[in-house]
Design a binder for this molecule. Structure first.
Ligand code: SF4
Length: 279
């Protein structure tokens, strides 16, 4: 299939110039690269501008409940482990109301790709501060909580023990495509931090300044080095690339869907593994 074959007939309602367009394009390109059949693809989102994305991709799509995309995707993966399951959402959806779900998906190492399209603002509800809003931007826009420091998503995910952590920018399509492809291929919970400016509720220069603060991770970086990944995550600039990929021999013994069975969460009482995984 070609990237355009993954698109539904729906036209995106995003504002012209929104970074989410780049993610839609790069996601369909990465799915075509990996030859993922649409009948084996589930796209799950929460609520927000970026959470509209599943409606534009041919898949078992679910634009679900605010902040609850990860538990719903976990259920999809448990019921249908053969599905390639990708979760998309924004910084407000994922790092505010939905934040509590992240470490649990990480420690269970559910085989999901979680792409957070981070514009540092609540776009759908017209520009309130989110957990990643830059303090300077808050002051400039007169938003509440100007002195509150923003979350560092990649540092947070590394600290939670996530086995794959990458960062990219919606304005660099080849890089975005490669990062999404790598994340989908990773056999476990993979996090991709996508910097994507909101052209409507952020001042005109903000998108440009965001881009200027980005730097590619040097080629010599070894993504197997957790210590070096932490240094990159703490850097002043936004380092783009794969910060960390856990080597296969260091995966926890219980990682993967079998974690649920080991913990006694799955299959449900009265069911066997065979009956809980039909087909
Ligand atoms: Fe994109 Fe911002 Fe428009 Fe939402 S409000 S669609 S984030 S540009």
């Amino acid at each position: 299939m070609k990237p355009k074959d993954y698109r539904t007939a729906l036209e995106p309602v995003w504002c012209t110039g929104c970074g989410d367009f780049g993610v839609l394009k790069a996601l369909t390109q990465s799915l075509a690269d990996l030859e993922v059949p649409v009948e084996k693809l589930a796209l799950i989102s929460g609520i927000g501008c970026s959470s509209r994305l599943p409606g534009y991709v041919r898949s078992y799509a679910f634009n679900s409940v605010h902040g609850r995309a990860l538990p719903i995707a976990t259920g999809v993966k448990l019921a249908r482990p053969e599905m390639t399951t990708v979760v998309v959402g924004g910084d407000g959806d994922g790092f505010s109301i939905g934040l509590g779900h992240i470490p649990h998906c990480v420690r269970r190492d559910v085989d999901l790709t979680y792409a957070v399209l981070d514009n540092g603002i609540y776009g759908l509800t017209k520009g309130q501060a989110s957990p990643t809003t830059d303090p300077d931007l808050k002051r400039e826009l007169g938003l509440a909580g100007a002195a509150e420091r923003p979350l560092n998503p990649v540092l947070m995910l590394l600290g939670s023990g996530c086995g794959f952590v990458a960062r990219t920018h919606a304005g660099n399509l080849p890089h975005l495509r490669a990062m999404l492809r790598e994340a989908i291929r990773y056999p476990g919970f993979a996090f991709v931090h996508v910097l994507a400016a909101c052209v409507t509720y952020q001042p005109g220069t903000y998108a440009e300044s965001l881009w200027k603060r980005c730097t590619m991770i040097p080629d010599e970086h070894d993504p197997a080095s957790f210590e070096r990944a932490i240094e990159l995550a703490r850097a002043e600039r936004f380092m783009l690339g794969v910060l960390y990929r856990r080597p296969p021999d260091q995966r926890p013994a219980t990682a993967g869907p079998e974690t649920m069975e080991n913990a006694g969460i799955w299959p449900p009482v009265g069911a066997t593994s065979e009956s809980a995984y039909p087909g």
